[in-house]
Design a protein around this ligand. Structure first.
Ligand code: C2O
Ligand code: CU
Ligand code: CU
Length: 443
């Protein structure tokens, strides 16, 4: 079903039994019954329609993280796809909002945005943490001609890596602790969010990838519920070329890369000159025990490599502070047993502010804890952090920024794109589920 300029995909959310840990069976909820779900490839300038069919026993909502998406297709937490067969309405009946009553829903992605590494995941209100944990997440790569023209490593030397942590029972089942909000202090274990002791990369525990001793592009995506990573390689070098919303202006050599939940970092790993048989570990300096290792690259030997990191990666306009038409502050804090923004727990019917489409605003995030703050639809640039300039990892267009305890982060947000109701929230999924979200309207 393809119309001119539109690519149509169908994906089914269903339960499946898969082998994540070799030799054990794990029951997951996955897009197309796999974890991660299928990798979508969007092309700038070609519209995409993704029909999501929900064959799970629970409602779902699919959000394209980093997508410049119309509000009706953004995957709002209460904008649910009911399980197929749930509704008494006849199959195929469409409501005005494009909602089908047969357990399917069309998401429209205009793909007007620049090349970037995005991801998609469940966003059901109060249940995003457990539903993503069970497997409802996948990668979504946007390409464009500008990026195609660059001599970056491509094809099998372009490795998107969705990194997340999970824990497993002895029978191979994914374990997500039950929340018992009736016991005082019972949510204490959720304070920092839910962590797993197994690191999965593209669904495989601590995988080994065989690579030639050449440059590779690693698209690092933190798809964890709550875990932050400081990633580095035990040999070779890494150079950052992109962040959440696409390529940087110029490449940035990095010792290591800090990734909070929801963030992406695009790097070139240069294995040139490493002898065959070398094992290069991607380590996580923020992890202890098994969480200190992420994956291994095994060098197969030398090979031809015509890739290089160009001097100039992209034309990236730097937002000036003087462009900001308004300043607002959003305080992320624990209070009254909930995670709040400006003292408010999430209310899907309320809106914290209205902004004008096409304008730039200065948003100031303050916090009592680590909160990876994520804004839907609008991308931003980090202006300052803790009274100083941005960190190296804050470079480029971002949609998620790690706000550290008692730190103030100022960002310039560009609200160009679509009008409608969107949200900002903490991307620690347990904080998000415990109400650390807020709506804003773009008018
Ligand atoms: Cu990746 Cu609103 O989230
Ligand atoms: Cu998002
Ligand atoms: Cu948080």
């Amino acid at each position: 079903k393809v119309t001119a300029g539109t690519d149509h995909y169908v994906v089914t959310q269903r339960a499946a039994t898969v082998e994540l840990i070799p030799g054990t069976k794990t029951r997951i909820w996955g897009y197309d019954g796999i974890f991660p779900g299928p990798t979508f490839r969007g092309r700038r300038g070609r519209r995409m329609v993704v029909t999501v069919r929900n064959e799970l026993p629970v409602p779902t909502s699919t959000h394209l993280h980093g997508g410049v998406t119309p509000a009706e297709s953004d995957g709002f937490p209460t904008d649910l796809i009911l399980p197929a067969g749930y509704s008494p309405a006849p199959p195929g009946h469409h409501s005005a909002a494009g909602r089908h009553h047969d357990g399917t829903r069309d998401y429209h992605y205009p793909m007007t945005q620049r090349a970037a590494t995005l991801w998609y995941h469940d966003h059901r209100m109060d249940f995003t943490g457990p539903q993503v944990w069970r497997g409802l997440a996948g990668l979504f790569l946007v390409t464009d001609e500008v990026e195609d023209a660059l001599p970056l490593p491509r094809d099998d030397r372009d490795l998107p890596l969705l990194i997340c942590d999970r824990s497993f029972g002895a029978d191979g089942s994914l374990t997500y602790p039950q929340r018992d909000m009736t016991r005082p202090g019972a949510d204490g274990m959720f304070h920092a969010g839910i962590f797993g002791d197994v690191i999965l990369v593209n669904g495989a525990p601590w995988p080994r990838a065989e690579v030639a001793a050449v440059r590779h592009r690693l698209r690092l995506v933190n798809g964890s519920n709550a875990r932050r990573y400081r990633l580095s390689l035990s040999a070779g070098t890494i150079t950052q070329i992109g962040s959440d919303a696409g390529l940087l202006a110029t490449a940035l050599p990095r010792e290591d890369v800090l990734l909070a939940p929801g963030e992406r970092c695009d790097v070139i790993a240069d294995f040139t000159g490493l002898p065959a048989g070398t094992e290069v570990t991607m380590g996580n300096a923020l992890g202890e025990g098994p969480a200190a290792d992420v994956m291994r690259f095994v060098i197969t030997g030398p090979a031809a490599d015509d890739s290089r990191i160009p001097e100039r990666l992209s034309a990236l306009p730097v937002l000036e502070k003087t462009r900001a038409v308004t300043e607002r502050q959003f305080d992320f804090r624990f209070g009254g047993g909930r995670w709040t923004i400006n003292d408010q727990p999430y209310d899907p019917a309320a809106t914290l502010c209205s902004v004008r489409e096409g304008t730039v605003e200065l948003w100031r995030f303050t916090s009592d804890f680590h909160h990876p703050v994520h804004v839907h639809m609008a991308h931003f640039q980090v202006l300052s952090r803790g009274g100083a300039g941005p960190d190296p990892g804050d470079a480029g267009w971002k949609d998620t920024v790690d706000v550290r305890p008692y730190e103030t982060v100022q960002v310039l947000v560009d609200f160009t794109g679509h009008r409608g109701r969107y949200m900002l929230h903490c991307h620690n999924l347990e904080h998000e589920d415990m109400a650390m979200m807020a709506n804003f309207d773009i008018v």
